[in-house]
Write a protein that binds this ligand. Structure first.
Ligand code: PMP
Length: 360
């Protein structure tokens, strides 16, 4: 068996150690004679797995007690509608910061429910930076402020948490959650599709301040009401049990890596060396403002786009998978989430330098 180096943006690489553990536990979970996938979500065995996963995530992110952690389905995309449905309350307007593809999608969906005020946009520079705090035109009457701390396609990451006064702050952390410590108390709601830093696709994690629950728009479907999920410990219906279990294994793996503090040090090193390799060459380029370069998603272009196809072919032959940029922007993108080891980044840099020497 040869496992290749996977730079996929999501579903993304998972730690090999965790996959092996899941494999070992697959047919007979802890001597119970069945797979965890075949168990009732209401069995005491499964509930203990689910509770442990929640506790481990709470520990890792130091989630305060007045926040609920929800394990949902529907992807981050469902959150684009659940957020206005739950958080608009009696207000008619919400602030959104537009930094690229994913914030735009959130804006489009929210526009179905309220007046969206674009508090800032970086469209003028083709979404290659994040706006600074003093560029945010926040409406004090807004129901909440929504932003995307890390734009997965553009590779743009905020280097600060916006100050929004008393207005609740909502963050789509799909591609940056658990990559470094953050102060959860600064946020009203954090959400993330699991398939990057949490686990397999099919699970969506929401961390929400309790006082915001229970004031949904009229007509909100039961399954779109956070209060329903919070009251049922995310078991109002059958949850994505395998994804939740696997996320739990990842949280334990993260603890073994030194938690998010440990990951921060590794992630920073990985990103810095890759950007340095790009900047030192005239063959590769990354357009993002230095302060806003993502630690998780590193897009880069080749000076001669005619070589793109060859780069992909040769990188695949070298065992480096999924380096093709998003279909909307082209070029390359290396996603270097928590589960991508530093040695994989070293191999990527080595390959890039070798390719450059060959084709310059
Ligand atoms: N937001 C961000 C920042 C993302 O990267 C993605 C997925 N790439 C989404 C939202 C959509 O997530 P999902 O496919 O889970 O709906």
């Amino acid at each position: 068996m040869i496992r290749k180096l996977n730079f996929s943006a999501g579903p993304a690489a998972l730690p090999e150690e965790v996959l092996k553990q899941a494999q070992e536990e697959m047919l007979d979970w802890h001597g119970h004679g069945l797979s965890i996938m075949e168990m009732s979500h209401r069995s005491k065995e499964y509930v203990s797995v689910a509770e442990q996963a929640e506790q481990d995530l709470r520990d890792l992110m130091q989630v305060p007690d007045n926040y609920k952690i929800l394990f949902l389905q529907g992807g981050a995309t469902s959150q684009f509608s659940m957020i206005p449905m739950n958080l608009l309350r009696d207000k008619k307007t919400a602030d959104y910061i537009n930094t690229g593809v994913w914030s735009k999608k959130a804006i489009e969906e929210a526009s179905r429910y309220c007046n969206v005020n674009i508090a800032a946009t970086t469209q003028h520079n083709n979404f290659t930076s994040a706006p600074s705090q003093d560029q945010l035109q926040l409406n004090p009457e807004a129901a909440y402020v929504h932003y995307t701390p890390n734009e997965t396609i553009g590779g743009v990451e905020f280097d600060y948490i916006p100050q929004t006064g008393d207005v609740p702050l909502v963050a789509d952390m799909s591609s940056t959650i658990l990559s470094r410590p953050i102060d959860v108390s600064r946020f009203a709601l954090i959400y993330a599709g699991a398939q990057k830093n949490i686990g397999p696709a099919g699970l969506t994690v929401v961390i929400v301040r309790e006082d915001l629950l229970g004031q949904t728009l009229p007509g909100t479907p039961t399954m779109f009401d956070y209060a329903v999920h919070a009251a049922a410990d995310s078991m109002n219906n059958t949850p994505p049990t395998y994804g939740w279990y696997l996320a739990g294994l990842i949280f334990q793996w993260l603890k073994r890596q030194g938690g998010v503090e440990g990951m921060q040090a590794i992630n920073q090193r990985k990103a810095e060396k890759l950007y340095q390799a790009i900047d030192q060459s005239t063959f590769y380029a990354n357009p993002v403002a230095i302060a806003n370069r993502s630690w998780m998603n590193v897009p880069f272009t080749l000076a001669d786009a005619a070589l793109d196809k060859l780069f992909i072919e040769e990188s695949e032959q070298a065992g480096l998978l999924n380096l093709k940029g998003h279909r909307s922007v082209g070029g390359m993108r290396a996603s270097i989430y928590n589960a991508v080891p530093e040695t994989a980044v070293d191999s990527l840099i080595e390959f890039m330098q070798h390719f450059e020497r060959k084709h310059v």
